[in-house]
Ligand binder design. Sequence first.
Ligand SMILES: Cc1ncc(C[n+]2csc(CCOP(=O)(O)OP(=O)(O)O)c2C)c(N)n1
Length: 622
Amino acid sequence: MKTTLKTSAAHMKNDHVSRFPAQAKVPDNSDLILYHLEKLGVEYLFGVPGGAIGPLYNALARSASRGSIRPIVARHETGASFMADGYTRESGKLGVCCGTTGPGATNLITGVASAYENEIPQLVITAQTALCTFGKGAFQESSCSSVNILGMFQQCTRYNSLVSHAAQLEQKLVAAIMTAFRRPRGPVHLSIPIDVLAAPADVASFSINKDMLEDASHPHLPCTSVLEELITQIRQAKKIVFVVGAGCSGATHIVLRLAKLLRAQIVTSIDGKGLVSAYHARFRGVFGFAGHSSARDALRDPNVDLVLALGTNLCELASGGWDEQSLLNTRLIHIDSVESHLVRSTMGKLQVFGAIDEICHYLINHLPDRNWRGNQNSLPNTKTPNCTLDEPQKCTNDSTPIKPQWLMAMLGEHFPLPTRFLADIGNSFVWATHYLHPKDRRGDPEESNESVVNFDRRRSGRSKMDTAIYRAGIEFASMGWAIGSAVGTALANRQYPVVCITGDGSFLMNGQEITLALSEGLTIIYVILNDSSLGMVKHGQRLTNNPTIGCDLPKVDFARFARAMGVNAYTIRSADDFRGLNIDELCAYKGPTLLDVHVDPDEAPPMGLRARILESAQQQNE
Ligand SMILES: Cc1ncc(C[n+]2csc(CCOP(=O)(O)OP(=O)(O)O)c2C)c(N)n1
């Protein structure tokens, strides 16, 4: 670590006179929190105000008035946490969310658990009633003698602490933020009583800067013996397939260069989908849930003797339901920057813990005879996606009601390249994972002349968490993740349009957050797959031969619903309705647009794998 806390503290002590901008009121601990967040480049605090968290909002008023951090007031605290998640994924900066004591804090939990499962850094601040009221039945009391908010956050955060004295604040804030970026990354929680939030701030003792977070978050190279073994295994291999997961974010370029050198085919997990162009000549599709048979076939090819899985946690969805034939077998080498992910690959031939970009760089430079596989001709991107689709004919079937497959093909074709696509839980992410292939012509490393020597220069940008153009809130898989996350994504990057694909059930649960996109002037196109049902549940029940129950939704006119909130909206019942849209105009408009798309409710999404896993789980007791 280049900067130690000690040297920073000395610097801060010298600096403390000027550390708070001039203001009439004596700075309090809430100002101090914002001061540290501002130094990290944080721009927004997502949350909902309330009595006990009042001092933090008072400080936000001061900070906003001088053009610094300002509040984004979500309609529900879960939405605030989803927004912070989207903000972090897009910007690489710390997403911060907050809620007041009691229900504000409990409402946050779903979003926080989602960030936890997806390993997204997030600072969560909740308030408590005044310390002297603990145990006395204070209004909305959340102390350990009441509903115990700290206890509730314990299992879904990586750091969780009550700031019971003002003198603890900075130490705990620094510890929390650094822990959020340490791998596995994730949410951290500070629970702060109102009197601590409002107490005058002491002189700063600590400083935290981006370099420290970078160092905290980045493991280095494994030891030489492991690297030598890795090189030996690679040199012995005749045919290699890469499995690229979300952990390759920030390292995709060098991973693809290595794939070229090794003449490897590439498949991705769902969460790695957005990192590799479907038009890349080596791409063979998504492996696992909602994935492509071509990806599975690439892995099952009997000539393949080495599978290099990079940056994937090999969870149920990513491992194709723990598929031993395709992935979890002795051909596997698992490379990951999160040590705990390696517990799922013990059957493989080698496990390598370290920074993925550093490892790839090392391999490229140290494979002794780099051209032993012959000349590495560049392969240009192809015109169509390099994966096998289930029922490809449906992508061109423009009948009414609209086929979801056709809709996904249209979205991929008509939205411009920088568009961020977020797919919600439900059929949305199943359809999108399989059929949405954005016209992706990001700098193809096979065509680029960029030399590996430029690697060090590129490293400076690696704190950017996620350059994926397709994202899905899998793992915890909460309905509505995409609706809030889209707001955070668009706030982090106002240049690019965001397309949020969601279901009618998810929108009824979380759709009110669209009003944020309106008040903030964000270019988000909400595409609702309106099938008047909790479609994924319905199709799951059908696929597993269970009764279809509990999945009917009312027929809702979402276009009118949106207009009632002042949002532009269109009802899309036919292909011609879709063709009538001016997509360029929607992407240029500084505000949200809602597309209420009536899709064919009987089209079964490609979720057979999940159905088989659910079915076998139910049969285990028989
Ligand atoms: C908060 C939450 N509750 C319940 C579920 C279980 N669940 C998964 S998908 C789904 C249905 C989603 O329906 P909808 O949003 O209409 O999307 P569709 O599948 O119809 O496209 C449900 C209830 C969940 N994932 N998250």
